[in-house]
Design a binder for this molecule. Sequence first.
Ligand SMILES: Nc1ncnc2c1ncn2[C@@H]1O[C@H](COP(=O)(O)OP(=O)(O)O)[C@@H](O)[C@H]1O
Ligand SMILES: [Mg+2]
Length: 378
Amino acid sequence: MFKQWIEKQKIKSKMHKCFRHCKMYHEKKQGDKKIRIYPQIVNIRPLEDRLEVVFILQTGLSTEAIDETIFKQVFGKNIEIKHDKIKKCVLNVYKNGIPKTVNYDFNLIKNHVAKMQIPFICGLDIHGELIIIDLATEAHLLLSAETGGGKSSLLRANITFLIELNGNYELYLMDLKRSEFGMFRNCRNVKGVYITTSDILPTLKKIEKEMKHRGDLLDQHEVNSIDELDIKLKRILVVIDEVALLRKEKEIMSIVEDISSIGRSLGVHLVLSMQRPDSKILESGNLKNNLRVRISGRQSNSMNAKVAGVEGAENIGMNQRGRMLIKLDDIREFQGFYLNSAEAKMILKNYKVKGHVQAEPEQQQEIKSENILGVLDE
Ligand SMILES: Nc1ncnc2c1ncn2[C@@H]1O[C@H](COP(=O)(O)OP(=O)(O)O)[C@@H](O)[C@H]1O
Ligand SMILES: [Mg+2]
């Protein structure tokens, strides 16, 4: 009992240190002395995987004053602070942090995507939970990080996953740097790999035409989304690595922006990656608002993190490769699934359509139903 009491006093004193450095206190005169009144610590609870400290901010203090870096200096880096909109805050100090690497494992991940139409797999968070989103509901995604942050690796894991999963979608992979997507050529579900603007523009124009066609179809059937149609149209995913290289291509960027604003209900989705979040691209027009999900690896400073739309990404360490933050409604940290190129190539060998493996019958059927629409395969 006494030992527990001592432990709690130690934690309280650490909390007070954090409050002091964050300037989270009121000062009150008592005689000639000024005393500090700190937020009230209402509960200290050791749990199996973590220590939980609940505290309440007094009137006049705002949650904005909570500086996570200070709490990290005092309690170590495996912490998480949550608060409600008002005054109640919870500090969790985890015994084990997020693992340094999380290897891509198709069989493990696939059990978590059963209900999803076009999953984007992220990684593992501090609770040991997998973070996976469905682009069918989240629509479009922006992935940014400085060089070495793990963008290409995360895209590689995702494209490989979608190919292994073999769902009702097709992938258009665009990469002006020509360095990343070659391995996906001729794989099932991959409609094409495009590496020059003269490849990319006509492809996007076809997709634009397909969107118009799908829009007409929704009108005819008086429905709002392709999910409500009797025919199951394939979802279309356009992945552009280093989209900033296309900045000067007005026609291309204007189609990309159109996809971002109307693609969702039509089943056309974007995953865009960029090294430095480019404010010219993101903040002119609606692109940034339309890319609802933002994922960011390390950013070199808080300005870039802000442009990327994921504040705090500047605190990811230089050597924390694949460590990222995802912003949906709130911000969560995760370690990205990792799959190196050599392993990816080994996996993909099994899914080459031309030369290696014949298109599977069900896939041929899907191609036929697409020909009924007749736009993309003109
Ligand atoms: N999720 C990850 N887990 C572990 N290491 C990673 C991860 N992602 C990237 N790395 C390491 O970082 C290097 C750079 O990653 P890369 O994906 O090429 O970054 P970027 O495309 O952002 O420049 C990789 O070669 C790999 O060694
Ligand atoms: Mg890269």
